[in-house]
Ligand binder design. Structure first.
Ligand SMILES: NC(=O)c1ccc[n+]([C@@H]2O[C@H](COP(=O)([O-])OP(=O)(O)OC[C@H]3O[C@@H](n4cnc5c(N)ncnc54)[C@H](O)[C@@H]3O)[C@@H](O)[C@H]2O)c1
Ligand SMILES: CC(C)[C@H](C(=O)O)[C@@H](O)C(=O)O
Ligand SMILES: [Mg+2]
Length: 356
């Protein structure tokens, strides 16, 4: 089969990890007889530098016309002083909203070989720890009204958290559908003791739960959830939460897997189209040094094969190759224990490729 994919390498370590992942995808294509056609387009800081805008129209057009989008990462200190709508991160929000990708799946799975890289005690993580954060991605405070105004205390700035029942209901359904294929447990995380938007969130999730009598639903305030994730992560199966809480909790959950360099993501909407990106950012501190862990991006492409193309065997092939490469002791700096040999991004890619 032939597949059309838009590729946005982005800024910082984005191009390094994306390149490594595309080489893995090509090798999988060769093995199973698929051709992946890539159209490379700019978004983020690099697009601002060339076109004066982080999300050029052409980029959006190509993404809309593709089956899937692969994104490395955007942003970096070079663009930090730009106004909000011209910052690289605005491109990310524009892509998510423009493509209708309201459901962000962020699986945090601790591979056996990485138990030493996980900062939690072995008895706390146990065997086969597997949590999936389902983050609402096109609403909430990221997309509410924002602005600045003069007050008698000087300038004040505001960002509004707004959720509609429709937005909460559709993300809740994604979480419950996912839980049905897993351990049938959903933890909805909010701040309903304070926020009106969270009270609507909670009521709506409760309503959706009635359609899933087999799934156990619990609620937790976000501050407690942040604590429980490190105290007893095994209590979680699927976590469903808002745009901002999901952003924060998924970075926290990534450390359970050993490193943010291990956490993949899929952003999905109503159809099959999806955007696939690692959870981490452009890591300016290690950019251009060959130090970045490409596994989060490689695993994101495995999610793409599964969710957009329905290629389950091919997706499993990538996951197994990653597992084998880790079992063989291959480590980038972020997941290496003291004294362990450290591979470059390219060496890690080669280690995975060997097991495809
Ligand atoms: N999806 C995205 O494009 C995305 C996501 C998060 C942050 N960002 C942007 O990236 C820039 C940097 O943000 P930040 O520093 O807060 O977060 P970051 O995720 O880029 O980096 C945080 C820390 O994790 C390390 N790290 C991240 N990815 C790694 C990898 N693959 N291998 C090894 N180490 C890795 C970095 O070196 C750094 O020490 C900012 O401009 C931010 O807005 C973009
Ligand atoms: C860069 C930023 C806008 C983005 C987000 O907050 O969604 C990132 O942190 C992420 O997790 O994808
Ligand atoms: Mg984030």
């Amino acid at each position: 089969m032939e597949y059309k994919i838009a590729v946005i390498k982005g800024d910082g370590i984005g191009p390094e990890v994306t390149q490594a992942a595309l080489e893995i995808l090509d090798a999988v294509g060769e093995k199973y007889g698929h051709t992946f056609h890539y159209t490379e387009v700019l978004a983020g800081g690099c697009a601002y530098d060339v076109h004066g805008h982080p999300l050029p129209e052409k980029t959006m057009e190509v993404c809309k016309d593709s089956d899937a989008v692969i994104l490395g990462a955007v942003g970096g200190p070079k663009w930090d002083d730009l106004p909000g709508d011209l910052r690289p991160e605005a491109a990310l929000l524009g892509l998510r909203k423009g493509l209708g990708l309201f459901a962000n799946l962020r699986p945090a799975i601790l591979f056996d070989a990485l138990k030493d890289a996980c900062p939690l005690k072995p008895e706390i993580v146990g065997e086969g720890l597997d949590i999936c954060v389902v983050r609402e991605l096109t609403g909430g405070i990221y997309f509410g009204e924002r602005g600045m105004k003069e007050t008698d205390m000087g300038m004040s700035a505001y960002d509004m958290e707004v959720y509609s029942e429709m937005e909460v209901e559709r993300i809740a359904r994604v979480a419950f559908d996912m839980a049905m294929k897993r351990k049938k447990k959903v933890m909805s995380v909010d701040k309903a003791n304070i926020l009106e938007s969270s009270r609507l969130w909670r009521r709506t999730v409760e309503k959706v739960a009635k359609d899933y009598p087999e799934v156990a639903l619990d609620h937790m305030y976000v501050d407690n959830a942040a604590m429980q994730l490190v105290r007893n992560p095994r209590q979680f199966d699927v976590i469903v939460t808002t745009n901002m809480f999901g952003d924060i909790l998924s970075d926290e959950a990534s450390m359970i897997t050993g490193s943010i360099g291990m956490l993949p993501s899929a952003s999905l909407g109503e159809g099959n189209k999806g955007m696939y990106e690692p959870v981490h950012g452009s890591a300016p501190d290690i950019a251009g040094q060959g130090k970045a862990n490409p596994l989060a991006t490689i695993l994101s492409l495995s999610m793409m094969l599964k969710y957009t193309f329905g290629l389950m065997e091919e997706a499993a092939c990538i996951e197994e190759a990653v597992m084998s490469a880790l079992n063989e002791g291959n480590r980038t700096g972020d997941i290496a224990a003291e004294g362990e040999a450290v591979l470059t991004t390219e060496e890690m890619r080669t280690a995975v490729k060997k097991f495809l």
